[in-house]
Design a protein around this ligand. Structure first.
Ligand SMILES: [Zn+2]
Length: 127
């Protein structure tokens, strides 16, 4: 049974970040709020929240799995090619409907844009 306090901290971290976070990012941010937050607790909490659909896993090829809170609407993600952080783009969009080729069962899809995030764009501009 996971302690409410720890679960609340993890949910708060994700809410405040406003972008999908890796477990390491969740752990680091969580420890700022709750210094004794343990690595195993974070893993267990992520799993439990996922099972209850209070947390969504975001997984892009070649990237560590990240987690975010369920969004109100479908939205594209953005990956920064400099810092590799993943952002939610606050744009509502629908995935195009496609007809699955024979033998394929499609259970989900993602739209991912890439480029430079505002933080890195500033650094690039300043040189
Ligand atoms: Zn960046």
């Amino acid at each position: 049974m996971i302690q409410t306090k720890q679960r609340d901290v993890i949910l708060a971290v994700l809410r405040e970040a406003g972008r999908p976070l890796t477990r390491e990012e969740i752990l680091a941010e969580g420890r700022l709020k709750l210094p004794r937050l343990g690595s195993a607790t974070v893993d267990r909490t992520i799993r439990e929240l996922g099972d209850n659909f209070r947390l969504i896993g975001v997984h892009f090829p070649g990237q560590p799995r990240r987690y975010e809170l369920p969004a109100e609407s479908e939205h594209p993600h953005f990956i920064c090619r400099v810092c590799e952080r993943v952002y939610d783009l606050p744009i509502s969009m629908r995935l195009p409907q496609i007809r699955a080729p024979k033998g394929f069962h499609i259970s989900g899809g993602e739209v991912i844009y890439s480029g430079t995030c505002p933080d890195c764009e500033g650094k690039v501009r300043k040189g």
